[in-house]
Design a protein around this ligand. Structure first.
Ligand code: UD1
Length: 421
């Protein structure tokens, strides 16, 4: 059954160890393809997006295996260059494989990328980056075909900051001939981790974490190994679950320094937090103030991925809040569901105004990953019984949302039989 069952009204209180970061591990998996040997990613989240990327790599000829949460990728005999649409269509991030395929074999083809239904999500910047390094790209029958005699380092200036396109450019440039300079690149922590990982494989990169990355191409890479850092968005999600229920959580492995914009808003809403020996202790018992105005932004601004979870918290707060979504235009899909639970919600283009208060449980439907997690948060705070349909969207990015929240006191289960246990 693709449903989550929740009896709301219990405070989320406890200590939750957060899974490895989805948005970090996926590009690292793509990067592993650049080396004809074994790479190890430790502490990987066991989520469906990772399984999907694993399946794509297998399809390209990689041999993969797991030891608990450590993922081994042996790309020695990988020789496929085509990612069929049935895989690419499931997960938008797969488009970055094009840069890795070009880097390793000077050619690659991929079905038009899919992913969450949260906006237009074009790939023009990805293609621009690859063309800047000498790739020729054509679109035939829903597939993007890219090839080059040999990728050559070049100047890339992004007209707009994009996480995926920056990753694409980095993946293509590390084995290109000569120097690449990428300007106006994304500065998200995931970019830092990708560059660190590639450096551990022998790539020559500097400047990551800032607006300009410089890469000196090398002729080959060696095997990589990295411990995947804790997921900043999952950390924020659990803080939101505790905030919406006026509970208190400790995250022993929270990624310090990666959540500052979120924590500032958390404090403004009346939450309190402190860092103690690397642990994040967040007390949401005093959450009561609406957020007058907030815009999502590229890092280090407020992350678009936490906009829906925050909206769920604001649905429980008296008074009017206003959020403007600047990254993905279609990220207000949960507004109707929040309204059904009792919040007053008004959308106007990229802006949403929400007036919260007491919510009542009901049947709602998740249409995408973060919106799904947000509906779970709202249901935990609502009075009575809720069903959140669309758990498969949530499983794309959360390894054990229900189990983690249940261990922290929530009456929540994927299995209707055990809700009161
Ligand atoms: C990544 C994250 C996603 C997060 C997003 C923004 C992964 C797997 N996903 O997505 O969770 O919400 O960053 O932090 O890491 N754009 C273009 N042309 C392009 C590419 C992007 O116009 O070629 C636009 C997008 O439509 C969007 C903006 O740029 O408006 C930012 O998108 P981008 O940073 O690329 O997001 P993703 O890498 O897809």
């Amino acid at each position: 059954m693709d449903e989550i069952h929740i009896v709301g009204g219990k405070k989320i209180c406890g200590s939750i160890v957060v899974q490895g970061s989805k948005n970090t591990v996926l590009p690292l998996m793509a990067a592993s393809l650049l080396h004809a040997g074994v790479s190890v990613l430790r502490g990987c989240p066991r989520i469906t997006d990772v399984f999907c990327m694993e399946e794509i790599l297998q399809r390209l000829g990689a041999v993969t295996w797991w030891k608990e949460h450590d993922l081994y990728l042996d790309c020695t005999r990988a020789n496929g260059t085509e990612v069929p649409e049935q895989y690419a269509g499931k997960m938008r991030c797969s488009v970055i494989l094009l840069g890795a395929l070009l880097g390793r074999w000077q050619k690659g083809a991929i079905g038009y990328p899919g992913g969450c239904v949260i906006g237009k999500r074009p790939v023009d910047l990805h293609l621009y980056a690859l063309r800047s390094l000498g790739a020729e790209i054509t679109e035939q029958e829903g597939m993007l075909h890219a090839s080059a005699r040999k990728l050559k380092g070049g100047e890339i200036f992004f007209a707009k900051k994009s996480v995926g396109a920056t990753e694409q450019a980095v993946l293509a440039a590390v084995l290109a001939e000569g120097k690449t300079v990428i300007r106006n690149c994304a500065e998200e922590p995931e970019i830092l981790w990708l560059c660190r990982y590639l450096r551990s494989m022998g790539a020559r990169i500097c400047g990551e974490g800032g607006p300009c990355i410089e890469i000196e191409g090398v002729s080959a890479l060696q095997g990589g190994e990295m411990k995947i850092p804790a997921d900043r968005i999952v950390t924020g999600t659990y803080l939101c679950a505790a905030a919406a229920t006026r509970g208190k959580v400790t995250i022993p492995n929270a990624p310090e320094g990666e959540l500052d914009a979120f924590l500032e808003v958390y404090r403004k809403m009346g939450g309190q937090y402190e860092w103690k020996s690397g642990k994040l202790i967040a007390n949401g018992m005093g959450i009561r103030f609406p957020v007058e105005y907030l815009e999502t932004a590229v890092y280090p601004g407020f992350p678009t991925d936490l906009q829906s979870p925050l909206l769920a918290v604001l649905a429980t707060v008296d008074g009017e809040s206003c959020i403007k979504e600047n990254i993905f235009e279609n990220r207000f899909r949960i507004c109707q569901e929040l309204a059904e639970m009792g919040a007053e919600v008004q959308t106007d283009g990229r802006k949403v105004k929400i007036r919260g208060g007491r919510l009542a449980g009901c049947r709602v439907r998740a249409g995408e990953l973060r919106g799904g997690a947000a509906l779970v948060i709202a249901a935990l705070a609502a009075e009575g019984y809720s069903v959140v349909e669309g758990n498969s969207f949530i499983r794309r990015g959360y390894e054990n949302l229900c189990g983690d929240l249940r261990a922290a006191g929530g009456l929540i289960t994927e299995d209707t039989g055990s809700i009161y246990i």
